[in-house]
Design a protein around this ligand. Structure first.
Ligand SMILES: C[S@@+](CC[C@H](N)C(=O)[O-])C[C@H]1O[C@@H](n2cnc3c(N)ncnc32)[C@H](O)[C@@H]1O
Length: 288
């Protein structure tokens, strides 16, 4: 079963676009200026939202490999990329399993690889200039982060990882049981999602250590979702998912979380709910 339905990734994409730390995208953009052609690998690519967010900020000639264990999401990626290209008056087509998109100055090619990244990236021997990992790191283990840093270093590749949950979310208005829900969510974050015992909110710290050992220089910046009354669909989905997690703990908290959910849903409906969800982004490259 796919635990990241395309509908969920669609729902979060506008919030992700607004949240990515602009200063890191600027670093990425400046770095890409030195390449005539940038080769990118996106790990856990989903429907390709990271490509849509950052490709316009990089040099015009780009080759991407979108890797995900879900073939369903990669099929959806082709549809969303074609729509995205159309909105930019770029001409897109699929030729021998390569999605190509050409405009006056843009020239992108994308291949889609259905692959289980259970222990980290698997080397295919090809050139990689940039590795991207968007909204995935909190699912992975310490070993996975170490393998990622080692692989980037072997390839001499830069790394951009964004939207890594930092363990914090805050609602306004607040409710006495916000901390109960947050603690259950953060405990769940650390369960194994198929890539080893998950690091949850400590992933970035662990990755930073592995990158230092690999002699990388890096910058970390906050990229919170700041969800106001116009983001009621995303807030509703989060409140539903988080309260379901607490319900799954058994009867112990059922009455409290039921009251919490009713309070939260009423505030969203009244357009009075504001929610910030903490994330951090990281940009890294080999020390020169
Ligand atoms: C939260 S989504 C992020 C998707 C996309 N990067 C984005 O920013 O929208 C996490 C992604 O990781 C993928 N994933 C989870 N476990 C994986 C694994 N073991 N191997 C490859 N991909 C995996 C999921 O299929 C999903 O697409």
């Amino acid at each position: 079963m796919n635990s990241f339905p395309a509908a969920w990734l669609d729902l979060r994409e506008p919030a992700d676009v607004a949240a990515r730390a602009p200063e890191l995208v600027k670093w990425l953009s400046e770095w890409s200026g030195r390449y005539e052609h940038v080769t990118v690998v996106d790990l856990g690519a989903g429907t390709g939202s990271c490509l849509r967010a950052i490709a316009p900020h990089m040099g015009s000639r780009q080759s991407w490999r979108l890797i995900d264990r879900s073939g369903v999401l990669l099929d959806e990626a082709v549809k969303r990329l074609s729509k995205w290209a159309h909105q930019r008056s770029l001409s897109a087509r699929v030729e021998q399993n390569v999605w190509r998109c050409i405009g006056e100055i843009s020239n992108y090619s994308v291949v889609f690889e259905e692959q289980d990244l259970a222990t980290g990236p698997v080397d295919s021997g090809s050139v990689v200039d940039l590795v991207t990992v968007s909204a995935v790191l909190d699912l992975v283990s310490k070993e996975w982060c170490t393998n990622l840093a080692r692989w980037c270093s072997e390839k001499g590749a830069a790394l951009y990882t964004c939207l890594n949950y930092d363990g914090q979310f805050h609602f306004a208005p607040s409710h006495p049981d916000d901390s109960l829900v947050r603690s259950v969510v953060n405990t769940h974050q650390r369960t194994d999602k198929g890539m080893g015992p998950a690091l949850g909110s400590s992933a970035i710290e662990v990755l930073a250590e592995a990158l230092s050992a690999a002699k990388y220089q890096f910058v970390i910046a906050p990229s919170p979702w700041l969800l106001g009354s116009d983001s009621s669909a995303l807030q509703t989905a989060l409140v539903r998912d988080w309260s379901d997690l607490v319900f799954r703990q058994g009867g112990m908290y059922a009455a409290r979380v039921s009251r919490w959910r009713n309070f939260r849903m009423a505030a969203i409906k009244a357009r009075q709910s504001h929610l910030s969800v903490g994330h951090v982004d990281l940009w890294a490259r080999p020390k020169v």
